[in-house]
Design a protein around this ligand. Structure first.
Ligand SMILES: Cc1cc2nc3c(=O)[nH]c(=O)nc-3n(C[C@H](O)[C@H](O)[C@H](O)COP(=O)(O)OP(=O)(O)OC[C@H]3O[C@@H](n4cnc5c(N)ncnc54)[C@H](O)[C@@H]3O)c2cc1C
Length: 218
């Protein structure tokens, strides 16, 4: 029997290699830090991953079986806990990024200061973020360029200032994308949405992690 060697010493251990864990691992590794990520898995391959809705949703191919890993919740501290049967918390190497839609909109500057914008809402603990959009902006740009996000800078009327445009041009318009004047507030936009209800809310070419041109071989 072969003896397993002791694992090498490491500087950082990351639990869970999802969107945040994997991004942190990348940045730390690039800075020369030794990183190990412990991931519950599994590591989905082509053979065990696809669009089979029964397997993915009813047989928990993509997220934890709620009987084995129950997700419980309660509204107040004194309530009985309840178990949620539908629990799309990703469980695999890559976490949510393996099966997300890939929409990558930025928060708007006001999203960071909702308490200031809407004031005191009874029954809530609404608070402003401790950081501002401007402080986060360089990191949004870094992520967009790392992912190869497609989009149209400035198309979202509520978007904050950006230091750089999108790395890839926007996706083509859908068939109804040319409908004029659908933008609330009279943006007069003649551009359409990527899909879904955003069309009625604020039609513009949604930013998406679907590269519209070759991006780092992807
Ligand atoms: C169906 C769906 C669609 C989505 N679409 C979008 C979208 O279009 N745009 C967008 O911005 N966001 C989207 N999201 C949300 C996005 O995927 C999450 O916000 C993001 O993945 C969260 O990142 P995270 O690193 O916090 O967690 P996760 O990505 O969930 O990563 C957590 C990781 O921890 C692992 N783990 C769990 N328990 C353990 C343990 N005990 N030990 C070791 N590892 C463990 C898991 O396997 C997983 O890999 C979507 C989410 C879902 C479910």
């Amino acid at each position: 029997m072969a003896y397993k060697t002791k694992p090498q010493k490491t500087d950082v251990v990351i639990i869970g290699a999802g969107a945040s864990g994997a991004a942190a691992a990348k940045v730390l590794c690039e800075a020369g830090v030794k990183v190990v990520a412990l991931e519950k898995g599994p590591w989905r391959k082509k053979e065990s991953f696809g669009g089979d809705e029964l397997a993915n949703i009813n047989r928990y191919n993509l997220w934890p079986d709620p009987i084995l890993n129950p997700r419980t919740w309660r509204e107040t501290e004194t309530d009985e806990t309840r178990s949620e049967m539908f629990c799309p918390v990703p469980q695999m190497v890559g976490g949510g990024t393996v099966h997300w839609q890939g929409w990558l909109p930025r928060f708007t500057p006001n999203d960071f200061r909702l308490r200031t914008v809407v004031g005191d809402l009874p029954g809530t603990t609404l608070a402003d973020w401790p950081i501002t959009y401007d402080e986060l902006e360089p990191y949004y740009t870094r992520v967009e360029w790392a992912f190869g996000v497609s989009g149209q800078a400035g198309a979202n009327a509520a978007e904050g200032p950006r230091s750089k445009g999108y790395p890839c041009p926007p996706l083509p318009l859908p068939p109804l994308g040319g409908w004029p004047g659908f933008r609330p507030g009279g943006g007069g936009g003649s551009v359409g949405p990527l899909c879904g209800w955003w069309f009625f809310w604020d039609p513009y070419r949604w930013c998406c992690r679907r590269s519209t041109r070759n991006w780092c071989g992807r």
